[in-house]
Ligand binder design. Sequence first.
Ligand SMILES: Cc1cc2nc3c(=O)[nH]c(=O)nc-3n(C[C@H](O)[C@H](O)[C@H](O)COP(=O)(O)O)c2cc1C
Length: 322
Amino acid sequence: MMEWTDRHCRFFHRLLTRRALIYTEMITTGAVLHGDRARLLAYDAAEHPVALQLGGSDPRALAQCARIAADLGYDEINLNVGCPSDRVQEGRFGACLMAEPALVGDCVAAMKASVRVPVTVKCRIGIDDQDPEAALDALAHAVNAAGVDALIVHARKAWLAGLSPRENRDIPPLDYDRVYRLKAAHPALAVVLNGGIVDLDQAAAHLARLDGVMMGRAAYQEPWRLLTVDPALFGAGAPFASPKVAAEALMPYLERELLRGTRLHAVTRHILGLFRGVPGARAFRRHLATEAVKPGAGIAAFRAALALVVDTDGQMAHTAAA
Ligand SMILES: Cc1cc2nc3c(=O)[nH]c(=O)nc-3n(C[C@H](O)[C@H](O)[C@H](O)COP(=O)(O)O)c2cc1C
């Protein structure tokens, strides 16, 4: 998620779930080809499985970027057909590609031809005055014919004229039934649902009818939920007995990053929502908000914040160690 997630966030989330697939924020083909590639595509080996999301609409550039990412070890390449920002519309990619299914098919075909890892697409159910029945079917048909490995559908339209990107994540109504109908019409296509999924009960209900679910804001704002993903959805042990133990496991990473010159806040900003309903959660957030942002803030600030949280160790069932 642009502006929110980065490699630090992914490393932290990977501590909380070993099984869920993690996606980068969208990175444009222009940035990969002409920007600071090493920084933009950097990730830690611990993040696997990790997918790179690309923004673009030139099949050759996308194929080139997909190859670069696959060579770097990314486990999946995803094409963004859902971002509604003005910048993206000017570049003729993101959600406006919902109006150009044949071009999206060409993009997928080019990417598929250049890599062995899965190539997926993330789209909306339509844009502006498109009929979601026809628009989503046309897109699904095009990408399916091109060999796409999965279609992730943010189950609402994007209204490109008149709404801000933020409004476009809330105001157009969610239509899960449209995504269920898509799956029914294309049983062989892996269909993943995104949009408004806030807890794992909801996720499990969708999984009974679809091939996958993607959580965005809930995962970021309430990362404690990720600690139950492995037991609840994958039948595996939770990586840690409690959010506090998971936070302690982040220490070596923090120390490493601080030595590399990363500011403490760059990592800890992703952790603020880790404790919910845990005594000391607010004090933890407040301490980090004031101390971790100070120039030169070190690991001691994180330790001190963590010391304010009561450990709920043992309250979570099904840990990996159990
Ligand atoms: C700050 C922010 C940045 C986002 N950036 C991206 C992005 O780079 N690529 C993308 O596919 N979706 C992006 N999204 C959309 C989310 O991936 C997701 O589709 C949307 O928030 C709906 O899912 P949710 O209700 O689970 O959050 C972003 C969302 C937010 C809040």
